[in-house]
Design a binder for this molecule. Structure first.
Ligand code: AIR
Length: 395
């Protein structure tokens, strides 16, 4: 792999700093290691997943500005592993131009309300929504037009369905509005057929590169497995690509972004935008000429990112979530057994604590069948084998 660095006059100790130390930071640090790029991370503890792959760890809560400043002192460019950041505080830091993407471009995406406002402003199809305030001022007739069930979503930190709640009736709605309505919005319920996701990158020159559009399969709001590529027609794919491009261009966004879509009778609707690397493109580590982590590392370190091509006809990525304490097969054994399945590429995140539903690892298989339905068939076979060893806690 080409490890030539293009940043001229690197004056600081590390080329890249990462705010956060979870599995996404781990895979970013691995991508940086592959290119010989030195990384420093800011995370609570060196024992966090990315700790083992970083050249240096600033042990500080990613939300603490003192740690952010220390990171800036050490690193040429700073990237984010997730959007749980305090933009207002980061904006006050003098050398804020070290962040990739810039704070201005990430700002509208860090909370759900501003995300939805952006989506509406660009006229991109998405589920109808209202803030709680606005909803409270509707009259009964207007509320009737919304139909139950409704979806309540929290403004922030709502990944993997955390903070989501289904409202089935007026009684539910009233008790919700009376008690804990702060920092939430109300969304119409969407009956979709498929969930799709598109991850891509945009570099400083404005060039956009895409990973294949994928189909994601969720259980209990959490991604269970991902099939790449999704079987969709050309028009739909073009529409998704146009949506992605409109958003990154509008924001002058540089880095990697993931967009989750619903697809059904109402066509393609944006569910959510993730201003970061995304679970739905983990397959790119094995299946593509450059992974989503490699793209972000290259772009932020001044290396021209490689074009993205898929090495195989398709791929299957399966999430391995934490199980109950008394699960009969130990983690060590589960990993050993999964590694023995032919074609498995296991990524263990090194989390010290297994709790139910926590993302602990994932496994990717390349699929060589030329035909989509054959790839689905093969995926179902593999899923059965994997789930015998490591079931989903959401089954
Ligand atoms: N993450 C961030 N947004 C969505 C996801 N999946 C990743 C980040 C973060 C980690 O999940 O890498 O650090 C947190 O995982 P956990 O298990 O500690 O909640």
């Amino acid at each position: 792999m080409n490890s030539k660095r293009n940043i001229e006059n690197i004056k600081k100790n590390y080329s890249l700093g990462i705010i956060g130390g979870g599995q996404l930071a781990l895979m970013l640090a691995e991508a940086a290691n592959n290119r010989g790029i030195k990384v420093c991370i800011q995370t609570k503890s060196s024992n966090d997943p990315a700790g083992s792959k970083a050249d240096y760890v600033i042990e500080a809560d990613p939300l603490k500005v003192k740690g952010n400043k220390d990171l800036i002192k050490e690193c040429e460019k700073i990237i984010f592993e997730n959007e749980w950041i305090k933009i207002e505080k980061l904006n006050l830091i003098e050398s804020k131009n070290v962040f990739v993407p810039s704070l201005e471009s990430i700002q509208p995406l860090v909370d759900r309300i501003s995300q939805k406002k952006l989506i509406n402003r660009l006229n991109i199809p998405s589920p109808r929504w209202k803030s709680i305030e606005e909803f409270k001022s509707l009259d009964n007739e207007e509320i009737d037009s919304w139909n139950f069930p409704l979806m309540i979503k929290s403004y922030k930190g709502g990944y993997d369905g955390k903070g989501n709640r289904k409202i089935n009736s007026y009684e539910d709605l009233n008790s919700f509005l009376e008690t804990n309505s702060d920092e939430c919005l109300i969304e119409e319920w969407v009956d979709y057929k498929n969930e799709l996701a598109l991850v891509g990158s945009r570099d400083f020159d404005g060039s956009i590169r895409f990973f294949p559009l994928v189909e994601t399969f969720q259980k209990n709001n959490v991604c269970d497995w991902v099939l790449s590529p999704a079987e969709i027609d050309y028009d739909l794919k073009t529409f998704a690509i146009n949506i992605f491009s409109s958003i990154v261009n509008e924001l002058n966004y540089v880095g990697v972004m993931g967009i989750e879509f619903f697809y059904g009778d109402k066509g393609l609707l944006i569910n959510e935008i993730a201003p970061r690397t995304h679970n739905s493109a983990h397959f790119s580590i094995e299946a593509c000429s450059s992974s989503q982590f490699d793209q972000y590392v290259c772009i932020s370190s001044g290396i021209k990112p490689p074009e993205i091509n898929m090495h195989s006809q398709g791929s299957l990525m399966i999430n391995l979530l934490g199980l109950k304490k008394n699960f009969p097969i130990s983690i060590k054994k589960r990993i050993e057994l999964l590694s023995q399945i032919k074609g498995s590429n296991l990524h263990w995140y090194g989390k010290s604590r297994e709790s139910v539903g926590r993302k602990m690892a994932h496994v990717t298989f390349l699929l060589n069948e030329k035909n989509h339905s054959k790839r689905v068939e093969k995926s179902k076979d593999i899923l059965t084998k994997v789930r015998e060893i490591w079931p989903s806690p959401n089954d």
